[in-house]
Design a protein around this ligand. Sequence first.
Ligand code: NAD
Length: 349
Amino acid sequence: MDGDLAHINRDLKYDDLIVVAGGGGFIGGWLTRYFHDVGYTRIRAVDKKPLQDWYQRTPGVENLCLDLSERESCARAVENAAEVYDLAADMGGMGFIERFRVECMRSSLINTHLIEAAYQAGANRYFFSSSACVYNTLLQQDPNVRPLKESDAYPAMAERGYGWEKLFAEMLCQEYWAERNLKTFTARFHNVYGPHGTWDGGREKAPAAICRKVIQAKDTGSNEIMIWGDGSQTRSYMYIEDCIKGIDMIVHCDDLIATPINLGSSELISVDDLVTLAEKIGNVKLARKYDPTAPRGVAGRNSDNTFIKQVLGWEPSTPFKKGLAETYAWIEQQYIARKEGKRVVQDTL
Ligand code: NAD
C-alpha cells in the first residue's frame, strides 16, 4: 500500500457498499476504479449519462443510470450504502460555468436530495466535491495571487452561479453533521486534470483544451493556437491521482468532519506557461493568438496547502509537467481514434 495511506483508518469492511454519484464522469470514474483496485467488492456507480458515454466502466461494479436531481433516484442510488461520494454535477471549464449559471445552480437539487437520502439510508460517511470557485473573487484579481486558505471563502463573494451553489452545499454538509450527526467531508478541488476526462465539446478545462489545440494544430498544419484571455491568468492544476488519494485520506480522517479543506496543487502556472509546456510535449512551436473576449475567469488562483499538510501530513505533489505529459498522450490517442472514425467519449454542451 502507498505509504501515505498506510495510517488511514477506514471503518469500512471490504464488502460494505460504496456509492459513487457521478461515476460516469471524470473524477467519479477514477474514484470507482480506485476503490475497486484497493479491494472493495461492493461499489455502485451512478450517473445520468447513458452507460456508453461513461469515461470509465470498472468490471464488477454495479452501474446505474439515474437522474440524481430526483428524490426517488437518490433514494434508490444510496440504498444500503455505507459511504456516499457526491461527484455528480452539471459542470465544466470557464466556458461552461460562465455561460450556464442556471444549469450549475440546479446541481443544488442533486446535492440536497442525495445528502438527505444518504442520511435516511443510514450511511456512515458522506463526501461532497466542492470547488475553489467558492472563494471570494475579490481576492483573485491579480495573476500573482496570494494562495487561498480555507477561511478566504468568507466574507462570501463566490463565483457567480457555480461557486455559490457549491458554497450552499458545503453549508448543507456542515448542518447535516451539526443537527443530524451524519459525518460529512468536503474538499475544495482546484482544477483537476488527467486522462479519461472531458477534452472536447465545450466543457473541457484549460489543460485538456490546450493539449487538444496543440495536437490539432500539429495535425492540420495550421501551426497556430488561439488562447482565451491574454495568457497571463494563473491557476494551479491537480493531477487526478492526487485528487483520488486526497479524497480517500480526507473522508477517513475524523478531524475533518464538516470542515471544508483545499485539495489542490500549489504549483502556480500561467496559461502562457501551460501552452509552452504542451508545445514542448508535442515537440512543436505555434504562433499564439489571444482572444480577450473569451471567458477567462479570475485573474489568478492558487491553493494554500498549510491546513492539509498540517492535518494529513500530505499534499498533492505530482509535477504539472509529468501529469500534463500523461494527459497529452491520452488526448492524442483519443484524437487519432476519432479521426479514424472510432467512437470516443467526449462531453458536449
Ligand atoms: P464530470 O462532468 O466529468 O462529472 C460529473 C458527472 O456528473 C457527469 O458524468 C454527469 O453526467 C453527472 N451528472 C450531472 N448531473 C447529474 C444528475 N442529475 N444525475 C446523475 N449524474 C449527473 O466532472 P468532474 O470533473 O468529474 O467533477 C466531479 C465533481 O468535482 C463535480 O462536483 C465538480 O463540480 C467538482 N469539481 C471538479 C473540478 C475539476 O477540475 N474537474 C474542480 C472543482 C470541483
